[in-house]
Design a protein around this ligand. Structure first.
Ligand code: SF4
Ligand code: SF4
Length: 283
């Protein structure tokens, strides 16, 4: 059986930060909503643990912040130790403590950590980075390339150890947002910035999603990726595997790293290698 990557996004939709462009900012969920998220997560983790004979990588891409919840910390520990799992990674704002990482097989754990300069201080964020490093956790650090954060981005790059990759996500909501010298500046910070600063033409292009990569929600609904909403099946059906087949992208463009890394013509599996999910380039 071929390896499979699952992008999991359960019902969780809350965050301890308050970024003003984000719908989950300081959103609080009820006990019943947390219970529903916990139920869905437990079901998913148990399903992955029960898969024998197929190598699975799991990437948690929550709406909001999951790692401040002990259930997600425990899920990472369980999955990183599961026989069926090759890699487990998660997107996080890095605000949690990291003791839980000691229960993980760190060789199979990866964190995608986003720095939010208006939600935490430079020193506090670097302290989190130091904690992850001292515990031997693999991670990338990144930031949205808002112009008002350029000085903070520069200061972070200067302070980070040189072997820590700092990615910059282009702010694409405003067409032509960056002047030429701003693109140059951000490319000096992140040599792969130009790759993120475009919406890649994807219509009719081969993309690994729907074949070796799938997106799964809390109910088990399978979609090929987070950006194509058509359901393909359900992970908890006995015949779920029948949906896995080579597919072409139906969307005009793909502008998000967690999507376009699977677009075959970009060959980004070669650029990122084993760090594809947590966004750590191997070259
Ligand atoms: S940290 Fe992420 S999820 Fe939380 S408010 Fe900011 S952008 Fe939204
Ligand atoms: S190219 Fe992007 S939008 Fe198209 S199928 Fe792949 S991940 Fe989805």
């Amino acid at each position: 059986m071929k390896p499979l990557t699952i992008l999991y996004r359960g019902p969780l939709s809350s965050c301890n930060y308050a970024c003003d462009y984000c719908p989950f900012a300081k959103r609080v969920e009820s006990d019943a909503q947390h219970a529903a998220d916990a139920f869905a997560l437990e079901r998913f983790v148990a399903w992955v643990e029960g898969q024998m004979g197929r190598e699975i990588s799991v990437f948690f891409t929550p709406w909001g912040e999951a790692l401040v919840r002990s259930r997600y910390q425990k899920a990472l520990a369980r999955l990183s130790n599961a026989q069926s799992v090759r890699k487990v990674a998660i997107q996080t704002n890095g605000s949690c403590r990291f003791e839980w990482a000691e229960g993980c097989d760190k060789a199979r754990l990866g964190l995608w950590v986003t720095y939010h300069p208006d939600q935490t201080t430079h020193d506090e964020f670097l302290n989190r980075v130091a904690q992850m490093r001292s515990r031997g956790v693999r991670f990338s650090v990144g930031v949205v390339g808002l112009k008002e954060h350029f000085r903070a981005i520069e200061a972070l790059r200067a302070a980070l150890p040189s072997d820590v990759y700092l990615w910059v996500n282009a702010f694409k909501r405003i067409e032509g947002y960056y002047a030429g010298e701003e693109i140059e500046f951000l490319t000096q910070i992140d040599r792969l910035f130009p790759l993120n600063n475009v919406r890649h033409a994807s219509a009719g292009q081969a993309c690994r999603t729907g074949e070796s990569v799938i997106s799964v929600d809390g109910d088990g609904t399978i979609r090929r990726c987070h950006f194509v909403k058509t359901p393909l099946g359900n992970l908890y059906d006995e015949d779920w595997e029948r949906i896995l087949q080579p597919r072409l992208c139906p969307n005009a463009t793909c502008g998000c790293h967690i999507g376009y890394v699977h677009l075959e013509r970009l060959h980004l599996d070669q650029t990122f290698g084993e760090g594809l999910l947590e966004r750590i380039p191997s070259e």
